[in-house]
Design a binder for this molecule. Structure first.
Ligand SMILES: [Zn+2]
Length: 93
């Protein structure tokens, strides 16, 4: 069983969490001026690295709060977890 550390609750089983995709994808300024291709890039295109990846997670069966995590996509190791507005430890992502 994989343990994920919620920044508020501590280590909990992975079944308590939901995955929210890539972290730090900013809503585009002047979105109404984007072309269809640019809007599609914002909506659907995400990085797919082999290595550390900043992701959004929600502790759905716990405190129900969102947070960010840097997870290694090969080893599945959670390198760091941090609250929204915080920076990850070690400067990754
Ligand atoms: Zn929690």
């Amino acid at each position: 069983m994989l343990l994920i550390r919620c920044p508020w609750c501590g280590d909990r089983e992975e079944t308590e969490f939901g995955y929210g995709g890539q972290a730090h994808v900013a809503y585009p300024p002047s979105a109404e001026q984007l072309s269809d291709d640019e809007w599609a890039q914002y909506l659907f295109f995400r990085d797919n690295p082999k290595g550390p990846f900043a992701e959004r997670w929600v502790h759905a069966a716990g405190c129900r709060r969102w947070f960010n995590a840097v997870r290694h996509t090969v080893s599945n190791e959670f390198i760091s977890v941090y609250r929204p507005g915080e920076k990850p430890a070690g400067g990754a992502a």
